[in-house]
Design a protein around this ligand. Structure first.
Ligand code: URP
Ligand code: ZN
Ligand code: ZN
Length: 459
């Protein structure tokens, strides 16, 4: 691998924007500074007019999710490929809890599947769907191995994802606090969902998904786990915040001392539930459901004022035909693709509208998730010694997202027809070029597992 010198660009990271050249050697950033000279045999990359960004982190993906008798469209190679086209060089994916084995073995099974397919680097959070007597020991082994975050659901009781017993949940939080494991939660209160469903006399069209799992459900879910985090004086990571009501609970918990890290996704920022109407409604079904325009605006406000720290995608892709197999919101496969569109949407609708500084937007998809998930400064930074993950981004190119120019194997984009500004010109992962001139140069299996240290949320 030859050295690379990225010359003449504007380096943008959490610290700001500055003119700087970046020298890459042996898969690491070697030097960052003005007017650097190339080393011998070094390839010089002209970055004039471009932003030079740290490789992005999509901290919430479900590549190759086997669920509901099917499998998602983007397996590890396809997920890595579309992510790389969007400037993403690292993902934090997720292991379903296989209750027949220990948490560590459950994580190892997932990693064995990922290792041959991923071209992006990857960290992992382990789902925990049930308690065993020796769970404390299992969690300790998991953390020692390099999985420092777990994922819980306050819903999906019917498919066995939810820890239903409040005492068990309390005990789990206590173990995680002691071990400094970050608890990440999909917050929707299952009992409220059941209650709403029990008295429902309406249809089950895609649009009804939003009414069957309304924002109150999210608010209650956040309340439940937020109170536990407060009780145990421990941080908590809220995944995919979707609503103004959920945000109000976040605010209240924080005002009472809770340390919450909040993630949202582009679809909750920029899509609303009108998308669920009509024949293509199933394409927009995910959980939690899309909300109202007012919710979009509330989340955009929270993004711009710092109440939301991380933006990730919850990439969970099904093909166009898989999605349209059913028009019943109870059986439509939930989830949408999104890794590729992550940054360009933030850039277009938050940065270019003048509401969010570009360095803040970059921070939310690089430094902040790296700190949350214990992989900083190896990832999420352009600093000497960090992994040489970088993106050359043209902030001025206007283009339109279409179903055919996005690379997910799903064959569609939830943002089809969106006019956007900003284009990834080159993606570099550990000094190797993954995307250049619209060509993908990555290979399945090149990605490495990132052992996560303790989340900085515990600091
Ligand atoms: O609908 C979604 N989001 N599917 C992925 C799994 C989850 O709930 O995060
Ligand atoms: Zn979720
Ligand atoms: Zn998810």
């Amino acid at each position: 691998m030859s050295d690379l010198l990225i010359k003449g660009g504007v380096l943008v990271d959490g610290e700001g924007r500055r003119q700087a050249d970046v020298l890459i050697s042996n898969s690491k950033f070697e030097k960052v500074g003005e007017k650097l000279d190339p080393s011998e045999g070094c390839r010089v990359i002209d970055a004039k007019g471009l932003y030079v960004l740290p490789g992005m982190i999509d901290a919430h993906t479900h590549y190759h999710l086997v669920s509901r008798g099917t499998v998602t469209a983007d397996s590890f190679p396809e997920g890595s490929r579309c992510a790389a086209f969007g400037g993403v060089t690292t993902v934090v994916d997720f292991a379903d809890h296989d209750k027949r084995v220990s948490l560590l073995d459950s994580a190892k099974i997932r990693l064995a599947e990922m290792s041959g397919g991923m071209a992006d680097d990857y960290a992992l959070h382990e789902g925990v769907y049930g308690m065993k007597d020796d769970i404390g020991l299992e969690l300790e082994h998991l953390k020692d191995f390099g999985v420092s975050a777990i994922k819980l659901f306050t819903t999906y009781k019917n498919v066995g994802y939810m820890i239903d017993n409040p005492e068990e949940l309390d005990r789990l939080f206590s173990y995680c606090k002691d071990l400094k494991i970050l608890v990440c939660v999909h917050c929707e209160a299952d009992d409220l969902i059941q209650k709403i469903n029990g008295s429902w006399t309406g249809t089950y069209l895609p649009k009804d998904h939003a009414l069957l799992r309304p924002a109150e459900v999210e608010a209650k879910g956040i309340q439940i786990v937020g109170e536990l985090a407060l009780k145990h004086h421990m941080p908590l990571y809220i995944v995919h915040l979707s609503s103004a009501k959920g945000l109000a609970v976040v605010r209240d918990l924080r005002s009472r001392g809770a340390k919450l890290v909040v993630e949202t996704t582009p679809h909750y920022l920029f899509l609303d539930r009108s998308k669920l109407e009509g024949p293509e409604g199933p394409l927009y079904v995910m959980t939690p459901p899309l909300r109202d325009k007012e919710d979009n605006l509330a989340l955009q406000g929270a993004l711009c004022n710092g109440e939301i720290q991380n933006v990730a995608t919850d990439h969970c892709s099904f093909t166009y035909s898989q999605k349209l197999e059913s028009n019943d919101c109870r059986t439509i496969y939930p989830g949408i693709p999104g890794s590729e569109e992550l940054f360009v949407l933030l850039h277009t609708f938050a940065v270019r509208t003048g509401r969010l500084a570009v360095e803040k937007a970059v921070q939310m998809v690089t430094e902040n998730p790296a700190k949350s998930f214990g992989i900083y400064p190896k990832k999420g930074a352009i600093k000497p010694g960090s992994d040489a993950d970088a993106v050359l981004f043209d902030p001025n190119e206007n283009w339109t997202i279409t179903n055919s120019n996005i690379h997910s194997a799903s064959g569609y984009s939830a943002y089809n027809g969106f006019q956007v500004t900003g284009k990834v010109r080159m993606t570099i992962r550990r000094g190797e070029i993954l995307v250049e001139n619209g060509q993908y140069l990555g290979h399945p299996g090149e990605g490495i597992f990132l052992k996560a240290a303790t989340s900085q949320a515990y600091r």
